[in-house]
Design a protein around this ligand. Structure first.
Ligand code: C5P
Length: 483
């Protein structure tokens, strides 16, 4: 690997690196590593070397590239003693990879300085509706719309009254009137102000308008001897509420379920260097494992030899032969759902050579074959630890549906995912699949078998669709407890 000597870089790049690393509180080496990582992930900041310090206080609002931050917040800091907590809030939001642009009301500037806010947010701070630097291109409209969420902390009684009544006589209120983004308020005021009929009316109006509130909490006030409801929520509570609005929790319908999956081919040895195999890539089984894990399941993937990376958060057991696969599957029980996507070799060589077989004048060595255990059928027919839902695959090159239906009966599983693997389809080893879900209990009456044909899609989409069907079917059903 090549090595890089930072000393030997040109002056402009060195200055850029020094400033950027100081800003991000990293060493220069660490910063270079981060930049390279971002470049590889395609989310790098534009790398324009410069010699002048960053013009944080003099430039107009920078245009967003939409690339670097995961989310962005316009934080309006109102004028109240709780404004000091907003400095911590900036840090908490940035820790969560949320970019923060701050607006200070005139009153807020009595409690915190633009300099402190700018140093923490690493952005210029906006204070004035008629600031020629930012208003030459309607900066208040951009502050209102070029963000994913507006947070007002502290939201004073005055600011809330202005919002409820649609005033726009300063930058903060103009942004709040011009926005089409979600707004989260963290009110902070004296308990008497909070309980005042006018504030009650304003809060009710704001809630009707779809504005969200966090807090206020109850506790001691800054004013000596006063206590009650009116303390601004803590920075961490506000940051968590903002994050929940920006990144709503992903549904995890398989949480608490244990899913066992087989994937890939098996290798059946002929001698120490040769084996019988097939063209299965394992992609479909691995995609199902990833989708089940993303749906919240605990996933155990038993795989034959493949050239794929382990899906994140999945326990992977690698095996070679069908017999090893069966062993690992049995060891992984009990499970709520078992999905057998492996292309298991039907036969293995009985007389596996201990040494490499040699060519001899006696002709070809006789390879005697014996049938492998059928893992799907074995698990489907278990009486004690049978998973409540057992799914097999049918890879066929002809009479797809008929063969799959008879496989369902023969193997004793609940569903079969049937796919055509004729060479012309490119399914074996490819990235797309066209499948038919064949089931006994999937909406079919009178013990009839239902066939649900899905359009052609990627193997990842097939996996997501299959997991969605599973989630719908197993909700409420659980495996036998482990003995
Ligand atoms: O009989 P066939 O190989 O077509 O059956 C395919 C289904 O049975 C797949 O789900 C496959 O994973 C499973 N199978 C198995 N053990 C075998 C053969 C197939 O689990 N020995």
């Amino acid at each position: 690997m090549a090595s890089l000597t930072i000393r030997k870089l040109d002056e402009g790049i060195k200055t850029y690196l020094r400033l950027r690393s100081a800003k991000n509180r990293r060493s220069v080496e660490e910063e270079v590593r981060v930049i390279l990582g971002e470049l590889i992930e395609g989310r790098e900041e534009p790398l324009t070397p410069f010699t002048a310090p960053p013009a944080a206080f003099t430039t107009p609002i920078p245009q967003r590239t939409g690339a670097v931050p995961e989310a962005s917040v316009t934080l309006i800091i109102g004028g109240g003693i709780a404004a000091y907590k907003s400095l911590d809030l900036i840090r908490r939001l940035k820790e969560r990879r949320i970019e923060v642009r701050c607006v200070l009301t005139k009153a807020a500037q009595q409690f915190v300085t633009a300099l402190a806010v700018s140093a923490l947010s690493h952005e210029r701070v906006y204070t004035d509706l008629f600031d020629p630097q930012s208003e030459f291109d309607a900066g208040h409209i951009r502050l209102a719309r070029e963000c994913d969420l507006i947070v007002v902390a502290p939201a004073t009684a005055d600011l809330m009254a202005k919002m409820a009544n649609g005033h726009a006589d300063d930058l903060a209120s103009a942004i709040l009137l011009a926005t089409n983004r979600k707004v989260l308020l963290a009110p902070a005021m004296n308990p008497l102000m909070w309980n005042n009929a006018a504030t009650r009316r304003n809060v009710a109006q704001l809630q009707r308008d779809g504005v969200m509130l966090i807090g206020p909490n109850s506790g001691e006030m800054a004013e000596a001897g006063e206590a009650g409801i009116g303390r601004m929520s803590e920075a961490i509570e506000i940051a968590t509420a903002a994050e929940r609005l920006l990144r709503p929790p992903v549904p995890r319908p398989l949480a608490g379920k244990r899913v066992l999956i087989t994937a890939g081919p098996t290798h059946e040895p002929i001698d120490p260097v040769r084996y019988i195999a097939n063209r299965s890539s394992g992609k479909q089984g691995f995609a199902i494992a990833a989708a089940a894990q993303a749906a919240g399941a605990e996933v155990i993937l038993v795989s034959g030899p493949v050239d794929l990376s382990d899906p994140q958060g999945v326990t992977v057991k690698y095996v070679e032969s069908a017999r090893q696969m069966l062993e690992q599957v049995q060891a992984a029980l009990p499970a709520d759902i078992a999905i057998f996507a492996a292309a298991v070799a039907d036969w293995r060589v009985v007389n596996e050579g201990e040494q490499k077989l040699k060519k001899t004048s006696a002709g070809m060595p006789p390879l005697q074959l014996v049938e492998n255990p059928d893992i799907l059928a074995t698990i489907s027919k278990l009486t004690d630890k049978r998973p409540p839902l057992v799914i097999g695959f049918a890879a066929e090159t002809e009479h797809l549906i008929d063969n799959a239906k008879s496989k369902l009966a023969r193997k004793g599983c609940d569903w079969i995912v049937a796919n055509d693997v004729s060479p012309a389809t490119g399914v074996m080893g490819g990235d797309r699949n066209t499948v038919h879900l064949i089931s006994r209990n999937n909406g079919a009456d009178n013990g009839e078998i239902a066939v649900d044909s899905w359009p052609a899609m990627t193997k990842e989409q097939v996996a997501i669709e299959l997991v969605a069907h599973i989630a719908k079917s197993v909700t409420g059903k659980s495996r036998e407890p482990a003995s």
